[in-house]
Design a binder for this molecule. Structure first.
Ligand SMILES: *Cc1c(COP(=O)(O)O)cnc(C)c1O
Length: 388
C-alpha cells in the first residue's frame, strides 16, 4: 500500500479525514478549537443531553475514581469484573425492559463481535442498507450470507426474506434511529416480519437511548416491542455522556455472549469510575424529563430558525441532515462554517451513499438559543455562497 499516494487521492476527491482537537470546559460545557482558541457551537456532538458535563455524573465518576482507581486491570473473565459493572448491567437491563445486560468496550466493538458470536457460516443476516459500519463489519466477520435491504423498505425486506430465509438461523438487524439521516425504523412492522419468518431481531439504539420512550429508555420501549426484540444494543457514549456499550437481552443470550463474544472475552473491562458515572447518567435520564423537553424545544426552535432563512429541513429527531450532494462542496461548506465558529461534520461516502454527502447537524442541550439562531443564519449564508 502506497500510503502517501492513497492520501493524495483522498485529498483530491474531497474525502480526506483529518483530526482537529478541541478543548472543553466541563463547568460551562463551552468548546473551543485547540489551535486558535476560537469558541465554537458544536453541531457534531452526540452528547445530546450534555450529560458528559453533568455535575451528578462528574461527581459519581470522581468518587469512584478515588475509591476504586482508574483501569479495571484485566478482562471481566479474569480479575477485571467489579461490582459496579454488575450494578450498571442491572440498571441497563431494567431501563431497557430486558432480563439482563452485558457491557462492551464500545459500540463498534459490541456490534462487530456480537453479530459473529450469534451467527455462523450457515446462517443468514438481513441488514438495512444504511447500517452503521460496526454492523457491516460484524456481518462480514460472521462470514454468512448477508442481504442488505433498501433503507426502511419493508417490502424489499419481505422479498429478501422470502427468497433467502433458508434453514439456518436468521437475523434482522436495524437501528432504531439512523445516525446519519435522523429517521426511525418501523419497529412494529419489523417485529411482525421477524415473527412471520422466525428470525432474531437486533435493534441498535445508539442514538435513541436516553432520548425517546418512557424515561428515555429508547424507541423499542416506546413502540412496546421490548418483549419481541431479541437483542437491544445501546451505547454509553452518546446521550449517556460516557463511553462503552451494552447488549440487553434474555439471560440465556447474555450467558452465551459471555462465553462466545471474542470482543468481550479478550478485552479489558471498562474502567469502574466510568461505570459509576454511567449509573449516575441513567439516573439523571430517568428522573429529569425536563432535560429532554429542553432538547426538543431547541430542535424545534433551530428548525424554525433555518426555515426563516428559507432552509428547509425535516427531522423528527435531534439529528438533522442537510443534503448537499457533492462531497467537495459539503467539505468546503463545513470548513467555512468552522472558520465562523460553527462545527458541523460533512458526512461523505462511504459513510453515506455516493452523491448524498450532507452536513449532519445534531442539536444538543449544550447549545444556547442565541447560538442556534446565529448558526442558522451562518448556515443559510453558507448555502447561498455555495449555490445550494
Ligand atoms: C456510534 C454508533 C455505534 C458505535 O458506538 P461507539 O460506542 O461510538 O463505538 C454503533 N452503532 C451506531 C448506530 C452508532 O451510531
Amino acid at each position: 500500500m502506497d500510503c502517501l499516494k492513497w492520501l493524495q487521492g483522498q485529498q483530491e476527491a474531497g474525502l480526506l479525514r483529518q483530526l482537529r482537537p478541541l478543548q472543553r470546559q466541563a463547568a460551562s460545557g463551552a468548546v473551543r478549537l485547540a489551535d486558535s482558541g476560537q469558541a465554537i457551537i458544536d453541531f457534531s456532538s452526540n452528547d445530546y443531553l450534555g450529560l458528559s458535563c453533568h455535575p451528578q455524573v462528574i461527581t459519581a465518576g470522581q468518587q469512584a475514581l478515588a475509591q476504586q482507581g482508574c483501569g479495571a486491570g484485566a478482562a471481566r473473565l479474569m480479575s477485571g469484573d467489579f461490582v459496579v459493572h454488575h450494578e450498571l448491567e442491572q440498571a441497563l437491563a431494567t431501563y431497557k425492559e430486558q432480563e439482563a445486560a452485558l457491557l462492551f468496550g464500545s459500540g463498534y466493538q459490541c456490534n462487530s463481535t456480537v453479530i459473529p458470536a450469534l451467527m455462523g457460516r450457515h446462517d443468514v443476516i438481513f441488514a438495512d442498507r444504511l447500517s452503521h459500519a460496526s454492523i457491516v463489519d460484524g456481518c462480514r466477520v460472521a462470514g454468512c450470507a448477508v442481504h442488505r435491504f433498501r433503507h426502511n423498505d419493508l417490502g424489499h425486506l419481505a422479498q429478501l426474506l422470502q427468497q433467502h430465509r433458508g434453514p439456518g438461523a436468521a437475523l434482522i438487524v436495524v437501528e432504531s434511529l439512523y445516525s446519519m439521516d435522523g429517521d426511525f425504523a418501523p419497529l412494529a412492522e419489523l417485529v411482525a416480519l421477524k415473527e412471520q419468518y422466525d428470525c432474531l431481531l437486533m435493534v441498535d439504539e445508539a442514538h435513541a437511548t436516553g432520548l425517546f420512550g418512557p424515561q428515555g429508555s429508547g424507541l423499542v420501549a416506546a413502540a412496546r416491542c421490548s418483549g419481541q426484540v431479541d437483542i437491544v444494543m445501546g451505547t454509553l457514549g452518546k446521550a449517556l455522556g460516557g463511553f462503552g456499550a451494552f447488549i440487553a437481552a434474555e439471560q440465556v443470550v447474555i450467558d452465551y455472549l459471555i462465553n462466545r463474544a471474542r470482543g468481550f472475552i479478550y478485552s479489558t473491562a471498562l474502567p469502574p469510575a466510568l461505570m459509576a458515572a454511567s449509573l449516575a447518567a441513567i439516573k439523571v435520564c430517568q428522573e429529569d424529563e425536563d432535560l429532554r423537553r429542553q432538547l426538543w424545544d431547541k430542535v424545534a426552535f433551530f428548525i424554525r430558525e433555518l426555515a426563516r432563512y428559507q432552509v428547509k429541513v425535516s427531522s423528527a429527531s435531534q439529528i438533522i441532515p442537510l443534503f448537499i450532494g457533492a462531497s467537495d462542496v459539503a467539505v468546503a461548506l463545513a470548513d467555512s462554517l468552522r472558520k465562523q465558529g460553527v462545527l458541523v461534520t460533512a458526512v461523505r461516502p462511504p459513510t453515506v451513499p455516493q452523491g448524498s454527502a450532507r452536513l449532519r447537524l445534531s442539536v444538543t442541550c449544550q447549545q444556547g438559543y442565541e447560538d442556534l439562531g446565529r448558526a442558522a443564519e451562518l448556515i443559510a449564508q453558507g448555502l447561498e455562497r455555495f449555490g445550494r
